[in-house]
Structures are given as structure tokens and as C-alpha cells.
Design a protein around this ligand. Structure first.
Ligand code: UD1
Length: 428
């Protein structure tokens, strides 16, 4: 079984460029289906989730080609409104095509989306919202059949500021024959990036970045060129890597303003951080101070996607660090694996307490979700000796050129065969 082989215990030093955001690129690619045209999307990370979004566009009849980090997307020949279950099941964000298909065809046929196993992940908020804009939704034997002969304006208030539901409202509302006012919208910066892309397509949207977004539907849409924002979760992951290993890194092409609570926690832990216009630098002595409470929350709170990488950074911190996971019901799968490095972590319900240990030891571990797998890489980088991390396919979903970037920072990391082959099957 393929594994990442890591010879840990070295500080990280150097400069790397951050890639485009996975969570912005995915809804933007879905948006290209809303109107048949040609699009140029720059700074698209070369990750499997983006490739899968491309496969969905192709399955609908469009075409996608990559040159470097730029995708050329042509959706003029998209004629189908049904996404095969085999593609839907591989990624949660496949559900974002719902709104785009409704705008284009007034119809969409999907199945339940897949994605990281983080507990129950319903899509009721998406379906309720599109129903408010005039969509009839029929759930039948795992299929979701949506029809909207005439999408209309609506006042919608989300019960929870769901990122995906907010994006689906934007994608559907641009096709409405009226005004949609969305309240309690999620405010994640990736939503703003989608909104800006839709504006570049001609959409009339106000209030981006706030919890009330107003979309005047029906504006004529056209093709567009757009550059995806930097990946703030990748930025945070590399900062956590350096924080835990010690060292001095500069991350370019990214903006620390979107990860304020992450920078605050790392500063509390003893790291020196500088934010430039287009760069974030971090210096760490390696052994940090514990951080009293990190509670995940919708933006602008602490991102749930950084909970696992931050936990890895604090495994050797002096004292007890406490985490509260408030977004997903099962997002501590990495804990059992982190313990194999000698980490002391106790989980009670939605809370985890990390008692910092003096040193980690190398381990053979298995990643079972994207950010959890990243946390295992971060732990392995801190543990002197050879570790192996399997479940690489999860990392490939969201980290562009991970090994290359870590090697540029001085890490010893390569892909190879899991030395023991002792792991359970490569699940999910
Ligand atoms: C997006 C991100 C993901 C991130 C998450 C939270 C993308 C592609 N993915 O996921 O990386 O971890 O935001 O910041 O952008 N919920 C419902 N019903 C719904 C929708 C959501 O109950 O209809 C619940 C979910 O189960 C979860 C919470 O709301 O507990 C947050 O989910 P949501 O904000 O929708 O996350 P995603 O859009 O799936």
C-alpha cells in the first residue's frame, strides 16, 4: 500500500508559494455550468477534488483542460442535468452543481453526495432553500430529483450558516426571476470568491462577506476569466507544520487576514508571526506553550478544517490544550492515530484535551479524512525517525504538491510502500 514515508525531527525552513483554494475552486467550477460559455479559471490547485469537479462537468457534456494551474472550461455543450451517482458519491462538494443545474435547466437529478466521514452530513438546508425559490424536490431511493420550471425570488433565512447551502442559494438565485434575500448566510471568504466569480459572469449580487446577501436574479450571464483566491486552510496547515517542528517559514501568495484566529492561537503558543501584504512568515522554537481553548466556529471563528493540524502542532506544547469541535459531530478520527506517536489526548464528546509530551516517536498511521491525514503528516514531521502515513488519497484531495512543498522546507518526505503492509484496507 502506498504511504508517505517521513524521516522526522527536522526544523522547517524556507519559502513556498501557497496554491489556489480548494473550497473556492469547487463552487466556481460548479458555477460554470450555470451558463453555457467558455471560462478561464486560473490558480486552480492540482488536487483530485478539482479533477473530480472537472469529471462532473464532462459527464454533463462540457469540456475541461488544464495548462499549469489554469483550467479552461467550456460548458456550451452541457445538455444533461443528471450527475452519475458514481461521481456524486466521491465528494461532498458535488452537491454544489445542484444550484448551477437549476439555473441552467430548471432541473437537476443527483444522489446524496459523499465526502470525508465527519459524522452526519445532511443537505436539508440546501434542499429547503432551493424549494423556497420554487423548486420541487422529490427524494426517491437515494435519488434527489429537483424541478423548477420558474425559479422566483424569495426571502430565505438559513437555520445554520452552512457554507455549501449559502453557495447553492447563490448559484440558484442568479437564475431566479426576482430578488433573493438570504439571511444568516455563511461568511467564509470562499463564498465571497464564488460571488465575485458570479459577478464576473454578469450576476447582480450585493452583501458578499456579510450575513445578508441580496441577489437580483435574471441578469444576463456570460463567460468569464477569474483567479481563485489563496487556500487559507493550506496556509494554516503549513504554519502549523512549522509551529510544531520549529523553524522559520515564509508562505507567499496568501493573506493571513482570513485566518485571524489561527494566527492568534499560534501566537499564544509562542510563535512569532508577521503578516505582509502577500506573505505570512512564522518562526517557532519547536516546543510551544499550550493554548487554553480552541473552539471551532463558522467564519470568522476558528476553522474546523484547521482543528486537526492545530492539534498536531500542539502535541509537544508545555501544558494542556483544549479543543471544542462545534461544526462536525465526528471530527476526531485523527486522535487515535496521533496517539500512536505517543501523543496524550483525551476525547470527551465534542471536546479533546491534549497534554503536551516532551517528544513524539515515529509511527505507522492511517489517515481516514483530508485534514486528519494532514495532522498525521505534521506529527510525523516532528517525530525523530521514520514514520509512514497511509491514506494518501485523502491528502491528494486537498493538498497541491504536498511533498514537493515540504521538501522545499527541508523535510525528508517521499512516497513509497508502507514498510509493514500491516494496515487495515485502504477504506472509503
Ligand atoms: C464546507 C467546506 C469544508 C468545511 C465546512 C465548514 C467546501 C467544499 N467544504 O463544507 O471544508 O469543513 O464548510 O467550514 O467548501 N449541515 C446541515 N444541513 C445542511 C448542510 C450542513 O445540517 O444542509 C451541517 C453539517 O452537517 C455540518 C455543518 O452544517 O455539521 C456545517 O456544514 P457546511 O457549512 O454546510 O459545510 P460544507 O459546505 O459541507
Amino acid at each position: 500500500m502506498e504511504a508517505l514515508l517521513i524521516d522526522g525531527g527536522r526544523p522547517l525552513k524556507g519559502c513556498i508559494a501557497i496554491s489556489g483554494s480548494k473550497n473556492a475552486a469547487l463552487p466556481i467550477l460548479a458555477a460554470t455550468v450555470a451558463h453555457g460559455a467558455q471560462y478561464t479559471i486560473s490558480r486552480c490547485p492540482a488536487i483530485t477534488d478539482v479533477a473530480l469537479a472537472g469529471e462532473i462537468i464532462e459527464a454533463l457534456g462540457g469540456s475541461v483542460s488544464r495548462r499549469g494551474d489554469t483550467l479552461r472550461v467550456d460548458t456550451r455543450n452541457v445538455r444533461r442535468h443528471a450527475i452519475p451517482g458514481s461521481l456524486m458519491g466521491r465528494m461532498r462538494a458535488s452537491v454544489l452543481f445542484l444550484g448551477a443545474l437549476l439555473t441552467r435547466f430548471g432541473a437537476a437529478a443527483l444522489t446524496m453526495p459523499g465526502g470525508c466521514p465527519l459524522g452526519r452530513r445532511p443537505i436539508d438546508l440546501h434542499l429547503d432553500a432551493v424549494a423556497r425559490m420554487g423548486t420541487s424536490v422529490v427524494l426517491r431511493e437515494g435519488s434527489i430529483l429537483c424541478e423548477a420550471p420558474a425559479l422566483h425570488g424569495a426571502a430565505i433565512e438559513l437555520l445554520f450558516p452552512s457554507v455549501g447551502a449559502t453557495e447553492n442559494v447563490l448559484l440558484t438565485a442568479v437564475g431566479c426571476g426576482g430578488t433573493v434575500v438570504l439571511q444568516n448566510a455563511a461568511r467564509e471568504p470562499e463564498i465571497e470568491d464564488l460571488g465575485r466569480f458570479l459577478q464576473a459572469m454578469g450576476a447582480d449580487i450585493a452583501g458578499l462577506g456579510t450575513d445578508t446577501i441580496t441577489i437580483r436574479g435574471g441578469a444576463p450571464l456570460h463567460g468569464a476569466s477569474y483567479t481563485v483566491m489563496a487556500d487559507r486552510i493550506e496556509t494554516a496547515t503549513f504554519l502549523c507544520a512549522c509551529a510544531g517542528c520549529g523553524g522559520d517559514v515564509a508562505l507567499t501568495g496568501t493573506d493571513g487576514k482570513y485566518i485571524g484566529p489561527v494566527l492568534d492561537a499560534l501566537t499564544d503558543a509562542g510563535c512569532e508571526i508577521c503578516r505582509g501584504r502577500d506573505t505570512v512568515t512564522l518562526r517557532s522554537e519547536g516546543r510551544l506553550r499550550a493554548v487554553s481553548e480552541i473552539a471551532t466556529a463558522p467564519y470568522p471563528g476558528f476553522p474546523t478544517d484547521v482543528q486537526a493540524p492545530m492539534m498536531a502542532a500542539l502535541l509537544r506544547a508545555r501544558g494542556e490544550s483544549r479543543f471544542a469541535e462545534t461544526i462536525f459531530e465526528r471530527r476526531f478520527a485523527h486522535v487515535a492515530q496521533l496517539r500512536k506517536f505517543g501523543a496524550e489526548i483525551e476525547v470527551v464528546g465534542a471536546g479533546a484535551t491534549v497534554r503536551g509530551v516532551e517528544a513524539l516517536r515515529p509511527a505507522l498511521v492511517e489517515g481516514t479524512d483530508l485534514r486528519g491525514a494532514a495532522s498525521l503528516v505534521l506529527a510525523a514531521l516532528q517525530a525523530p525517525g521514520e514514520s509512514a502515513v497511509t491514506g494518501i488519497k485523502h491528502l491528494r484531495r486537498g493538498y497541491d504538491k504536498l511533498e514537493e512543498k515540504l521538501r522545499a522546507l527541508g523535510a525528508s518526505i517521499c512516497t513509497g510502500k508502507n514498510p509493514t503492509g500491516n494496515f487495515p484496507s485502504d477504506r472509503v
